[in-house]
Design a protein around this ligand. Structure first.
Ligand SMILES: Nc1ncnc2c1ncn2[C@@H]1O[C@H](COP(=O)(O)OP(=O)(O)OP(=O)(O)O)[C@@H](O)[C@H]1O
Length: 369
């Protein structure tokens, strides 16, 4: 069954134009001008129960707007969406008890009270019975190592400590779907790794469906079997991470350390007929560039069969490079499809219209600094 079902989802924001200069400001006072911004542009996808899906794209691609619609914070302009069978913005009270949300840039905890008090308040917001809450709370405290933090006010926590508490807060009511918007932003590598490990085990243990937006491709590599990539509000890729790499990756580099010095001519003879490019680094170390259309195992087989090899290292294509390539091609084709695009240009500045004010799901809802 699909945990998340999205059909032709579309979101436009009405933003006020601010004209330049004093004259412009005076004109704005009497006659406001608005323009429309397309943030999410007719997207469709299904996420089955238990999947961890990465939702990625450049700044302004429409990721957060999608998450906000999926969690009932924003109402779509048009299109259909169902999360756990609910239409999020219509059935919020029941719906929020089945989902967990973490916005890396915003806290759902109350800033000035102890973490444990925030957790108790959330228990009431989500109407979790004490006997159900207690074992869940104990488990999260143990697995996220929160013992030392429980009685500290949230404002006194480091970013990494706060993020561990945010994760626990989002899971206290045992939701079957977890939305994470930049959960590792600003964290050091140790905390990032801990959080990734925790999410992986959560998914394995409880089958929690996770939709994750991130700019950190290590998050995607560590967690996601599937990636949805947005560009200017449109989906430009939806598929497996490996497929993404093989489809867009231009090739791989292999480094060999031979037992005895080699020369370029010798290496080229080994791979005669294959489309590869050799470079000799030192007497015994050589690199070969293998384009995506050439079989890497064929290259390895030939070299290992013809010379004595002491070490082989395959250098993976950086996911960042792949994504950059896709952005480039995605942006150009999107621009072709949409002359003038859904984005604004010119000298006016923009501010959100009043009607786009967002609600908060629960908690302090305080933006972090
Ligand atoms: N409340 C709002 N009012 C008006 N425009 C908005 C509002 N929220 C987002 N936008 C615009 O919609 C577009 C998509 O924004 P969104 O925040 O969804 O992108 P994003 O992919 O999450 O970007 P980032 O990675 O920077 O968080 C942007 O052009 C943004 O300026």
């Amino acid at each position: 069954m699909s945990a998340i079902k999205v059909r032709d989802l579309y979101k436009q924001f009405k933003v006020q134009k601010n004209r330049e200069g004093l004259k412009g400001a005076l004109q704005d006072l009497f006659k406001r001008e608005y323009r429309q911004i397309t943030a999410v542009d007719h997207i469709s996808f299904d996420i089955p129960e238990g999947e961890i899906c990465g939702y990625i794209g450049e700044n302004g691609a429409g990721k957060s707007t999608t998450i906000k619609m999926l969690t009932g914070i924003l109402v779509p302009t048009s299109g259909e969406l169902k999360v756990n069978g609910y239409v999020p913005y219509k059935e919020r009270e029941k719906f929020v008890r089945e989902i967990g949300v973490v916005f890396g840039q915003r806290s759902q905890l109350w800033w000035d009270i102890g973490v444990i008090e925030s957790f108790q308040l959330l228990r009431k917001v989500y109407r979790v019975e004490p006997e159900v809450f207690r074992p869940r709370f104990d488990e999260l405290v143990e697995r996220l190592q929160l013992q030392e933090l429980l009685h500290r006010p949230v404002r006194k926590l480091s970013l990494g400590q706060r993020m561990r508490c945010e994760l626990a807060a989002s899971l206290l009511h045992n939701p079957s779907i977890l939305f994470l918007d930049e959960p590792t932003i600003g964290l050091d590598i140790v905390v990032k790794t801990e959080i990734r490990e925790f999410l992986k085990s959560l998914n394995q243990r409880y089958g929690t469906t996770i939709l994750l937006t991130t700019h950190d491709l290590q998050d995607i590599e560590a967690l996601c079997s599937r990636v949805i990539m947005l560009d200017e509000g449109k989906i430009i890729y939806d598929g497996g991470l490996e497929e993404l790499k093989s489809r867009w990756g231009q090739g791989k580099e292999v480094v060999f350390r031979f037992a005895a010095p080699v020369i370029i001519g010798q290496l080229e003879a080994m791979t005669a007929g294959l489309q590869v490019r050799w470079t000799l680094e030192a007497g015994t170390i050589a690199r070969v560039w293998v384009p995506a259309e050439t079989s890497i195992s064929e290259v390895l087989g030939r070299v290992v069969g013809a010379a004595s090899v002491e070490d082989v290292k395959i250098i993976e294509t950086e996911t960042d490079d792949i994504v950059r390539e896709i952005y480039k091609s995605g942006s150009s084709s999107a621009a072709d499809r949409l002359p003038g695009g859904g984005r604004g240009s010119g000298t006016t500045t923009e501010s959100p219209g009043q009607e786009e004010e967002e609600a908060v799901l629960a908690g302090g809802g305080r933006a972090s600094s």
